[in-house]
Structures are given as C-alpha cells and as structure tokens.
Design a protein around this ligand. Structure first.
Ligand code: BES
Ligand code: ZN
Length: 633
C-alpha cells in the first residue's frame, strides 16, 4: 500500500533530503536553494506513518479483546488485551506495537509466555513493544497497566465533576495517545474491530465508542462491541455517574444527571442533523449516534468517537448558539470515521471535509443566514492563522516528520480544507459535488487513505468529468502550497455589514455603546463585533462596553473568550477576576490557550497567568498542560 513518492512542496521550501536509514528519527537536511522554486521536491514516503513504530505491513492487528479494570485510587487501568493478528508477510515473526508509559506484565500466546522487548522511550512517540510470535500464532495476549500520567487518560476527582460526588475518567486518543492506554498498532491506517469488558466501581457506569446499551444494569461490569473496523484513535472510554436521555429515535445524550436535561434540550436538533446529512451524503453507517457530555476539563470542543461523540460542556449556552460543534462531530461519521486519513499529514482529509460538511449541515438545519455568518467567522479565524503561522504550516498536506501532531493544531486543515472543497463545489455545481461526495464516501468506506490517493481519485472522477472547469495545477496549489489561493471563495454576510457600521460609529464617537441596538444579536454578531475591534482600546472605551453589555459576566463561553482576550490585550483589570475563574474552570485548550499566550507577553501578565495555571493544573488534561506550560515558565 505504501509507495515512495515525490511530493511537490511549497515554493518557499528548500530542497530537502530525508535520511530514511533510521525511519523513526528521520532527519531532514536542507541541501540548497533551488533556482526553479516552483516544483521543489522532497523525498517522502507518502503512505508511511511517521508517528508509529508498528509494522502493519508485516503483521497486522485486526481485532482487540479488552478486559480492563478501572482503579480510581491508583489512577490505573489494569488488565489485558488480546490482539488478533494477520500476517502480511509469511517469514516475519515479530509483531511491533506502540506503547507509552505502560507497564507490561506478561505477554502470552495460548497461555504460554513469549518473549518481548520494550524499547527506550521517545518523548513524543513512546516505546516500541516488540513481541516474538510463534509461526502459527494468530492471537497474543498482553497483561498490562497504564500509568497515572497516561497522556490519553484523565482521572477526575469528584470536585471536578458536575455532581461533585463521584470520580470520572475519560480517554482522548487522537492523535497518538491510544498507545498510552492500550498496547496496539497506533496508526490511523490500521483498522480494528473490538470487544471490551470494563470493570468499574459499582455505582459508576462505563461507555465506549461502541455499542452502548442505555438500559444496562449498573453492576460494575460493562460489555461493548464495535463490529466495524475503526482506527485506533477512535477507541474511547469514559466512566462516571452517567445517565441517558433519548433525543430522537437514533440519538441520545449520556451525561451526569445534573446537566442531562440541559444537554438534551441544547442538542435536541441532533436527530434532524443526522437526517439531513444522510439525505445529502448517504446512509449513516454506525447505527446509533449519541453524545457524551464531559466535565469542563475535556481538552477539546468535541471528539468524534464513533457512535458516541465526546462533547465539552462549555457549548451548553442555553440557546443552541454553539451547536455547530455537534454538526461537526456528527459529520465525522462520514469524513473521518468512515473514510479516514491514513497518516497525520492527511488530517485535512478528516477535518477539511468535516468542516465543509458542518457548514452544509448548519445551512440545511438553520438556514442560509446562519451559515453565512459562521462561514465569515471561520474565514476570519483562517486569516488570523495565516497571519501568524510559518508558511510550511499553511500547507494542507503538511510535512509532520519529526513533529508531534498535537503541536501543529491550527485552522489550516479545517478552514482552508473546507474552502478548497467549497471552491470545487462552486465550480462544478452543488448537486454534482454532493454526488461526488456521496460516491467518495462509498468508494473509500472503512478505508484509510492518503492525500495522494484522494488526488488520484479526483483525477479519475471530477477532474476528468469537468475538465473544462477544473485543473490539476489549481488543485496542487490548494493542497501543496501555503496561503489561500487568489480567487478563492470569500464568505460574506449582509448581517455582519450592519455590525461593522455599528462598531465604526461607536469607535468614531458617533454613537454611545448604550445606544447600539443589539436586539436580536446572536452569538455570531457578538463574536463578529468583538473580534474585529482594533487591537488597542482605552480604559474608558472598555468600561463603556462592559457597562453597556455586561461582557465580563457573559455566560456564553465563546463571547467571554473574545472579550477576555480584548481585556488582556488592553490590560483591562476589572475583567481579571473573571479571567482568573475562566482559566481555572475551563480546560478546553482552544478557549484557554490564546489567553495564556496573550498574558505571557508582559511580565505582569505572565505572573498572573502562572498563578492561574498553577491553581488550574491539577485539574487540566495532560494535553492542556503541555500546550500551555511554555507560556508561564
Ligand atoms: N477530531 C477533532 C479533535 C482533534 C483533532 C483531536 C486533532 C486531536 C487531534 C474534533 O473533531 C474537532 O475538530 N474538534 C474541534 C471542533 C470544532 C472545530 C467545531 C474542537 O475541539 O475545537
Ligand atoms: Zn474535527
């Protein structure tokens, strides 16, 4: 499946030569500035997963049987996994797995111990576990325990939950953290089915990215099965005082009882979203679609774990204003979970397609005006990133060799990817593009594909069908070059023109804040109003805005975020007590990281950030700690 390919890279890159002798520590050596900078090339094995030690091309894991006990006192998952394997090459008898901070107690085949070796740990990628398998072995069992500091598991104390009485556990495997709670081939090009038994304290309930039975007895032993092959980054587990409430025929919510009703109300349109997405992009492949609402330390907005998306509680705003997140995680059921990126270089195939689908779903369920506003806000986020990022990081098919995918998180795969698809849609027409996507999801169903395989497919389909409207050069520019190509679609919202006029009138002193008519403003108007303020505002202006609109006390976490960022940029101290509470109570990285980054720019800000960070740290997820500790130290 892998091929050594010549990959066109950005015009600004140096000619690079990869040392492929040592695959896991490949180094890139710049040789020279090329005179013909338009087609600079670098040798890259485009199908190779540079973030896994595993050897699926030799022996491939196809199924997992998990039996794990959650020990909340020791903060450990203890137990075993049995891996079913399929030999791809007859002569090979070593199975290589990914692990990270796991204690491996024993490895057996049919009850007999076999030899294994754990390599020295790589800081980003963990340790390879090499197992010698007897020639005839088709299953191998590993007894192991996780570390209390596992990068993919967060153990919460009762104080960190909504109910304050019971502890909570959740996993977050994407991108390279499944290996911190299961020894496996942790690469998105390896798909497995799984069965699991999870043992918990009796009063708690476990759920997984698998079949969940809402009526299961609470007896401390839960069984799951995931019959469709999924990549390892979609294996997920949560344990807590969870209850279930149905929202529709195929949709429901799991949450702590304290927030269950609010969540079910906020997300009641999920069933409608599922229906319009199926109608447009083909049948939903995963039977049920449920949501799990996590405590506020969940480091992401959402995670598309199949059949059960994991969702931050920070989007329960009371007015459905932030539900595009649900459309996004649902859309991943097609783009990501059914058709999966083969390596993290190809993440844009997951996130760009999903962001494009999200806009379409939002338009179908809530109408054109809301779609237009969300598209403008997304475009502005993209512009801000393009302003801030190195040009190499603006490339959709990004070169991640030697880097941790977590460290490269940006709007590029999301919004630039979506914009690219919107251009294709506009060129060939909406109905034709919808048909193309339906076929694409069918053609690659339950496969993991590279950017290059996508381009091959595009060549054979849209590009040959609409050769007068599309060309390869333009496609290559979108995928392999930085920035937004000239002539790209530019979202526009008339509703926002009015906001510009009001902001300008206020800034010019022609209208007081109290006189601005904000009647009917949704979160989108507020975000647009705030995000497009000039960098510098004086104390009086800030106090005027705050007095008129109670921004410091906004209950909407996105509006509060935008306002607090303005407050930090201008050192508006009356907002700092809210800022402190915000940083300490929310662990969603997208909301806290820009605040830490901005605070870290002054000595006083940094001291404040450090104090908040130290208080928050015991409650933050390991990913949020890692992403922000650099700003306070
Ligand atoms: N799959 C992502 C989260 C992710 C991406 C985790 C890469 C680790 C590595 C999820 O679907 C996502 O995109 N979440 C966004 C949602 C937003 C764009 C609506 C988030 O959490 O902010
Ligand atoms: Zn996503």
């Amino acid at each position: 499946m892998r091929k050594l390919g010549l990959v066109a890279l950005s015009a600004t890159l140096l000619w690079a030569c990869v040392d492929t002798q040592n695959e896991n520590t490949s180094t890139v050596t710049a040789i020279a500035d090329q005179p013909d900078a338009t087609m600079v090339k670098s040798l890259m094995d485009v199908g190779k997963d540079y973030h896994s030690f595993a050897n699926p091309d030799e022996i491939r894991v196809t199924h997992l049987d998990l039996d794990l006990t959650a020990d909340f006192d020791a903060k450990k998952l203890n137990g075993q996994v049995t891996l079913s394997v399929e030999r791809q090459q007859h002569s090979v008898d070593t199975l290589v797995l990914d692990t990270r901070e796991l204690t491996i107690n024993q490895v057996t085949v049919e009850g007999e111990p076999v030899e294994f070796r754990l390599s020295e740990a790589d800081e980003e990628l963990g340790s390879a576990l090499t197992i010698t398998l007897p020639k005839t072995a088709s299953k191998v069992t590993i007894e192991y325990a996780t570390s209390p500091d596992a990068s993919g598991v967060q153990w919460l104390t009762p104080a960190q939950t909504a109910g304050k009485k019971h502890p909570f556990l959740f996993t977050q495997a994407q991108a390279v953290h499944a290996r911190s709670f299961i020894p496996l081939q942790d690469s998105p090009q390896v798909r497995v089915t799984y069965d699991a038994i999870i043992r918990t304290p009796e009063e708690l309930r476990a759920v997984m990215s698998a079949s969940n039975d809402p009526d299961t007895d609470r007896d401390g032993e839960y069984k799951f099965t995931m019959p469709q092959p999924i990549p390892s980054y979609l294996i997920a587990l949560a344990i807590g005082n969870l209850e279930f409430k149905a929202m529709g025929e195929r949709t429901g919510v799991y949450a702590e009882p304290e927030i269950l009703d609010a969540a079910a109300k906020e997300f009641e349109d999920t069933e409608a979203m599922l229906e319009v997405t199926e109608k447009t992009y083909g049948p939903y492949s995963w039977e049920r679609y449920d949501l799990l609402i996590l405590p506020p330390s969940f480091p992401f907005g959402g995670m598309e774990n199949p059949r059960l998306s994991f969702i931050t509680p920070t989007v329960i705003a009371g007015d459905k204003s932030l539900v595009s997140l649900i459309a996004h995680e649902l859309a991943h059921s097609w783009s990501g979970n059914t058709v999966t990126n083969a390596t993290w270089r190809d993440l844009w195939l997951n996130e760009g397609f999903t962001t494009y689908l999200t806009y379409r779903i939002m338009e179908m369920v809530y109408g054109k005006n809301r779609f237009k506003k969300e598209a403008v806000l997304g475009y502005q986020d993209l512009e801000a990133d393009i302003e801030a990022l190195d040009s190499n990081d603006e490339i959709l098919a990004i070169d991640l060799r030697g880097r941790n995918p977590d460290d490269v998180f940006s709007n590029i795969p999301y919004e630039k990817g979506a914009l690219f698809l919107r251009e294709l849609e506009q060129k060939v027409g909406r109905d034709n593009f919808d048909e193309f996507l339906r076929e694409y999801f069918k053609h690659f169903a339950f496969k993991s594909i590279t950017t290059d395989e996508f381009i091959d497919y595009l060549d054979k389909t849209l590009l040959s069908e609409y050769s007068e409207k599309l060309d390869r050069e333009r496609i290559n520019q979108w995928i392999f070059e930085p920035g937004i190509p000239d002539g790209a679609p530019q979202p526009h919202s008339n509703a926002f023109n009015k906001i510009d006029a009001k902001r300008t009138a206020w800034l010019n002193g022609k209208m007081s804040a109290a006189k601005i008519d904000t009647h009917g403003w949704t979160v989108h108007e507020w975000l647009y109003f705030l995000n497009n303020m000039p960098g510098a505002l004086d104390e009086e202006q800030l106090a005027e805005l705050d007095k008129a609109f109670s921004l410091t006390n906004s209950k909407n976490n996105e509006i509060a975020h935008s306002w607090l960022l303005i407050a930090v940029k201008n050192e508006y101290k009356p907002a700092y007590s809210r800022l402190y509470d915000y940083l300490v109570s929310i662990g969603r990285n997208k909301l806290v990281k820009p605040l830490y980054r901005e605070l870290s720019k002054t000595a006083e800000g940094k001291a404040f950030a450090k104090k908040a960070f130290e208080e928050a740290k015991p409650g933050y997820h390991p990913l949020t700690v890692k992403a922000n500790e650099g700003f306070v130290n």
